[in-house]
Structures are given as C-alpha cells and as structure tokens.
Ligand binder design. Structure first.
Ligand SMILES: [Mg+2]
Length: 314
C-alpha cells in the first residue's frame, strides 16, 4: 500500500483490552504517521456503531484500508459492516480473547501487524450466520453455552480468563448432557446426547484445536459433535482434543458443510455464539462465503495451546 492511495480508517473499541493492547494500536499508528499515511480515527460507542463506521468506510472509495482494533465482538461487527465490499480489513487484536485474530496469524506484537501491512497478503474470510446473527469464530451448544451463560450473569464489565474458571468448574459438576438432533446440508447426521460445535476457525479458547480442519476462507463451516453423557467421557474428549486426536474417533462426528440445523427436545439447552449467549434452539446456521477480504501476515500460523500459555506467562 502507498501513502497516496487513500486514507486508512481506524475503528477502535476504547473499552477493550489492556494497556499493552492499547499500546499496540498507537505503535502502529506511529509507524503509519512516520511513513506519511493518512489515518482517520473513530472510537466506537457500541457494537452497532462499530458496524456503521465500517460500512461507511468500506463504501468510501477514498478509504484504502479499514483497521479494526478490539476483541472478537468488535471485529465481528466490523466484518459484518464490510460484508461484500472490496476494501481490505486489518485486524489489530486487542481484547481478552482474540480468537479470530489468532486464527489469522496475529499476536500482540506490532511487528506482526507491520508484516501483514507490508506483505500485501489478502485472504477471503467467510462469516457464519446463526438464526440471522453473524459470527466469525465458533458457536457452541450445551456445555459451553452454560459456561458462557454463567460468566455473563456474573460479569461486571471487563472479563479476563480467570472469570471462566468457576463457571467451568460449576458446569463440569452440574451439567447434564442434552439430547440433540443435527442436520448438515439437509441430511440427518446425529441424534443423541452430547455437545455440538460449529465454526469457521480451527482454534477455540486457550488455543484448543477443536475444529481441527477448519479453513476460514473455504466457503464451508466445520461441525464437530461429541457424543457424551457424563464427566468421565467429557474428560476423555478433552484429552483427545488437546492431543488433536478427536476428529477421527468413533464417538465424534466431524463434517464440513454449508448449512446446519441444531435442535433439541430439551428446553434448557444453553447456546453461545462467539463467546456471547446465543439464541434458543432450534438454530439454523449458514455460511456467508468470502464475506470480506482480510490482510494476514504472510506464512503465519495460529498459536496453539503451548504458545498461548507461554505468552500468558510472559
Ligand atoms: Mg471454513
């Protein structure tokens, strides 16, 4: 990109992230200013506002790049606002959890952002839509829906990783695995007790490679269903997932598809979409292929459990 090619629109969620995250945003701004790039900065007041800003920028022929700085929630709204436009998006991860940023190969180092900016490596990013609500990462039905529900009931403002500990513990001991019926591309593929995950990225929280084969730009969603009725079985599934051996097991169904329907005879099933409480079942999910163009660091890979853990320690 050249400084005379137009302006760069910053869309920043001022509430998300720590001070080191905020530093990342300003470091990159300094880099752009030193190279005489024109930068416009807008702070988001709400998620809807983030989406509006993104649409306005993407529709402006003078805007050569949209830069979204925030957590997964902010980035999702920005992506949604830019759907179908050619203007590329640069994601600057600065929330508690940046599942999408991590999947695209970003970390919290300004050098990685500069590498993406200078590398001109543009890739298509699909979106998912669940009962009309967009998501960029992963939806979960059952166990993790309950964890997210408890976290949200207890939250007072900004959440960090430790806020998940007690809800996880509580859910682990109290959860009853509901019965699900799942259709993929119109075909009945599962009826039984367990957990269902649908997503567009391979790694879930803490870098867990849940949707092992997911590719964020292949025009398909990945579906992973764990047959499960109790705690021991859940622990076995967790261990196999950490070892990345779960996808080919007999008690796991793994598919790639364009549309998914999840329903349940139980009324108490909790759902989550991108880490927020989701709608009640039944849920119809479809893929929005190649919704936006994203700049990614060339040859970068998402960080797994070990890398993420080491980063957390440092
Ligand atoms: Mg995909």
């Amino acid at each position: 990109m050249k400084p005379n090619g137009g302006y760069i629109q910053y869309i920043i969620n001022p509430k998300s992230g720590s001070s080191s995250n905020k530093q990342l945003v300003s470091q990159f701004r300094d880099y752009l200013k030193e190279r005489s790039f024109r930068v416009r900065i807008d702070l988001t007041q709400s998620l809807e506002h983030a989406r509006e800003l993104a649409t306005r920028a993407a529709e402006d022929p003078e805007c050569m790049l949209v830069l979204g700085a925030g957590g997964d929630g902010t980035i999702r709204e920005v992506v949604q606002g830019m759907e179908g436009r050619k203007t590329p998006l640069l994601v600057v991860p600065s929330g508690t959890e940046n599942l999408l940023g991590n999947e695209l190969g970003f970390d919290v180092n300004v050098k990685t952002i500069i590498r993406a900016f200078e590398g001109d490596c543009v890739r298509a990013l699909d979106l998912g839509r669940a009962n009309g609500r967009c998501f960029t990462s992963i939806c979960g039905f059952g166990f993790d829906g309950t964890v997210v529900k408890i976290v949200n009931e207890k939250r007072k403002g900004h959440i960090n990783h430790m806020d998940y500990f007690w809800p996880l513990w509580q859910t682990f001991w109290g959860h009853r695995f509901p019965r699900f019926e799942v259709q993929a591309d119109g075909e009945e593929i599962f009826s039984g007790h367990g957990m269902v995950f649908v997503g567009n990225i391979s790694r879930y929280a803490i870098g867990l490679q849940l949707l092992h084969y997911a590719d964020f730009g292949d025009g398909l969603l990945d579906l992973c269903i764990y047959r499960c009725r109790g705690r021991i079985h859940l622990l076995k599934h967790s261990a196999m997932t950490m070892l990345k051996h779960h996808a080919n097991r007999n008690d796991v169904i793994y598919r790639k598809c364009k549309s998914i329907r999840v329903s349940s005879p139980s009324r108490w099933v909790n759902t989550e979409i991108d880490g927020d409480p989701g709608p009640t079942l039944p849920i119809e999910i479809e893929v929005v292929p190649q919704a936006v163009q994203v700049l990614v660091p060339p040859n970068a890979k998402p960080a797994g459990i070990r890398t993420r853990f080491l980063r957390m320690l440092s």
